[in-house]
Write a protein that binds this ligand. Structure first.
Ligand SMILES: [Zn+2]
Length: 477
C-alpha cells in the first residue's frame, strides 16, 4: 500500500513514498520567528524573518521586509511560528528497539520472545524507525555502536526518501562479554589486549566508521592502567585512520582514563562523583564532546517495573508497534519473566535523574566543554524519536536554559557529526535542515515537539503524515 508523504514546499506536490521529493524548487517561510541557538539572547531571536530554501540549502535568511520571496516559490506562512535548526541526537542505537526484548543481557525475555526475532524485527523495521526520528524533528542521529550491519543501516538511511542523516560506529570494543547479544554479528566484542584492539579497529576502519567506540566497563579488581592501555591502542589506531574515539565511561576515574587515552567524545555523564579540575582540563585538552544521556537509566527502571507511561509526545510520535509492546509485562506469564523484573514489579520505585549527573552537566557546561544532547535511544524504555523531548526536559533540571538545551541539540550536535559547517545553524549556504514549530521553544523545551513541518535537505515533511505511513500495515513502505 503506498503511503502518502507530502513533500510540501518545494513544488507542493504529493508524492508516493519511495519517490524522492523534487528538490530543485524554492520554498519561502515568511514572517517566522527564527531562533539561532548558536547565539546568546537577545540576538538569538529574530522575529518577522523570511527563510528561503532552494534545493537542499538555505539560500537567504533575513528580515521579511528586505528578503524578497522569489517568483514561483512555494510560500509557507511563518506568522505565529518559530524556526529552529533540525534536532541532532548524538547517541542512539538502531540495533535496539526500545522495547522489553532488546537487551537480553540486561533482562532476558528469551523464554517469551526469542532475541533473534527481535533483531529481525529491528532490521525489517528500519524504514519506520527512520521516519519516527524525522517526525520528532530529528534530522541527524549518531548511532554510537552496534553490529557490523550498522554500516548497512547507514547506507539504507542514505537511500531512504525519509530518514535522518546517520553517522555510525561499528561494534563496541568492550572490557566485558555480552554473549546473549551474539547472534553471529555481535554489537559488543570483548577485547583483552592492545593488539586485539588494534585488529578490531582495523576491521572497522575498512567500513569507514564515523567513530570507533569503546565500552569502558571498569569493575572492582580490574587493572585500570591495563584497561587504559587497551583504550589508548584503540584510540591511537582510530586517530591514525582519521576517525574519532567515543567512550562509554560513567565513573570519574574511568572518564579521566578515557580522556588520557585520547577520547574525543564521552557518551555518558560522570555519575559517581563530582567532576574536578583535572577532568575538565583533560576534556578541554582533547576538545572532547560530553553527552549527558540522562533519561536512559530511568527508561530501564520504568519499563522493567511496568511503570513506563508514554508522554504526550510519545503518544503522537513514537512507533505504535513499540508503544503497544511497552505493556507486554501484563500479558507475559510470571514464570517467563526474568527474576529482576519480578522483583522490580513487586516494589516499583519511581526513578529520579542522578543528582550528581545533573550537577556535573552544569559544571561541564560552565567550563565551556561542548555538551551534546543524546538519548541512548533503543535501550529498554528509551524510544527512538520522541525520547529526545524527555532528555531535553531533564537537561533543564540541571539548570540549563531552553536556549542552551537547544544549542546542545543543534549547533553543538553538529560537531558530533563533524558537520558544524553544514548543519546545526541557520545561515545562507547551510543545508536546509530545520523545523517549523507551532510554539515557542524558548518558553519551554517541550514546545520543540509541537512541530508543524520538518525540513531535511530541503525536503519538507509533515509529522502527522510520516506517522500515518508508519502506522500503515507493515509501516515499512
Ligand atoms: Zn549507548
Amino acid at each position: 500500500m503506498p503511503t502518502r508523504m507530502r513533500c510540501l514546499g518545494l513544488a507542493a506536490v504529493l508524492t508516493l513514498a519511495g519517490v524522492p521529493c523534487q528538490a530543485a524548487d524554492v520554498a519561502a517561510i515568511v514572517g517566522a520567528t527564527v531562533v539561532h541557538p548558536d547565539r546568546d539572547l537577545p540576538s538569538a531571536v529574530a522575529s518577522n524573518t523570511t527563510v528561503i530554501v532552494s534545493g537542499s540549502r538555505i539560500e537567504a535568511i533575513g528580515p521579511a521586509s528586505s528578503t524578497p520571496v522569489p517568483a514561483g516559490a512555494t510560500r509557507i506562512d511563518g506568522r505565529g511560528k518559530w524556526v529552529v535548526p533540525g534536532l541532532i541526537d548524538s547517541h542512539v542505537h538502531f540495533f535496539q528497539s526500545g522495547n522489553l526484548y532488546t537487551r537480553p543481557d540486561v533482562a532476558d525475555f528469551n523464554a517469551w520472545m526469542p532475541y533473534a526475532k527481535e533483531v529481525e524485527r529491528n532490521k525489517a523495521r528500519l524504514p519506520a524507525t527512520f521516519k519516527v526520528w524525522l517526525a520528532s524533528g530529528v534530522t541527524s542521529v549518531v548511532d554510537i555502536g552496534g553490529p557490523f550491519w550498522n554500516f548497512q543501516m547507514r547506507d539504507a538511511a542514505v537511500r531512504s526518501p525519509a530518514a535522518p542523516r546517520v553517522a555510525v560506529a561499528g561494534p563496541l570494543i568492550s572490557m566485558v562479554d555480552r554473549v546473549k547479544l551474539d547472534l553471529g554479528d555481535p554489537p559488543i566484542i570483548k577485547i583483552t589486549s592492545a593488539d586485539a584492539a588494534r585488529a578490531l579497529v582495523r576491521r572497522e576502519l575498512e567500513r569507514k566508521p564515523d567513530f570507533i567506540k569503546v565500552w569502558f566497563i571498569h569493575q572492582k579488581g580490574d587493572d585500570l592502567a591495563a584497561q587504559e592501555a587497551i583504550v589508548k591502542a584503540a584510540g591511537d589506531a582510530a586517530h591514525v585512520g582519521g576517525v574519532r574515539l567515543a567512550v562509554h565511561a560513567t565513573e570519574l576515574i574511568v572518564a579521566k582514563a578515557s580522556l588520557r587515552a585520547g577520547a574525543d567524545f564521552l557518551v555518558h555523564s560522570v555519575e559517581d562523583e563530582p567532576v574536578d579540575e583535572e577532568f575538565l582540563a583533560l576534556a578541554k585538552k582533547n576538545r572532547a564532546l560530553y553527552c549527558p544521556t540522562l533519561f536512559v537509566i530511568l527508561g530501564y527502571r520504568y519499563a522493567l517495573s511496568n511503570t513506563w507511561q508514554p508522554t504526550e509526545a510519545e503518544w503522537r510520535l513514537a512507533d505504535p508497534q513499540i508503544l503497544a509492546a511497552m505493556n507486554d509485562l501484563r500479558k507475559i506469564p510470571k514464570e517467563k519473566l526474568p527474576e529482576r523484573v519480578v522483583k522490580a514489579m513487586s516494589q516499583p520505585v519511581p526513578p529520579k535523574p542522578s543528582a550528581i549527573a545533573l550537577q556535573n552537566l552544569r559544571k561541564v557546561w560552565d567550563a565551556g566543554i561542548p555538551v551534546v544532547m543524546g538519548t541512548d535511544a533503543g535501550n529498554i524504555g528509551t524510544l527512538h524519536g520522541p525520547s529526545v523531548f524527555r532528555e531535553m526536559e531533564i537537561m533543564t533540571q540541571a539548570g540549563l536554559t531552553p536556549l542552551q538545551v537547544l544549542r546542545s541539540a543543534t549547533s553543538n550536535g553538529a560537531k558530533t557529526l563533524g558537520m558544524e559547517r553544514a548543519i546545526g545553524t541557520l545561515a545562507p549556504g547551510k543545508l536546509a535542515d530545520l523545523l517549523i514549530l507551532d510554539a515557542d521553544p524558548l518558553a519551554d523545551v517541550t514546545n520543540l515537539s509541537r512541530i508543524h513541518r520538518v525540513i531535511k535537505d530541503g525536503k519538507v515533511f509533515v509529522p502527522d503524515e510520516l506517522m500515518r505511513s508508519v502506522a500503515a500495515k507493515g509501516g515499512a513502505s
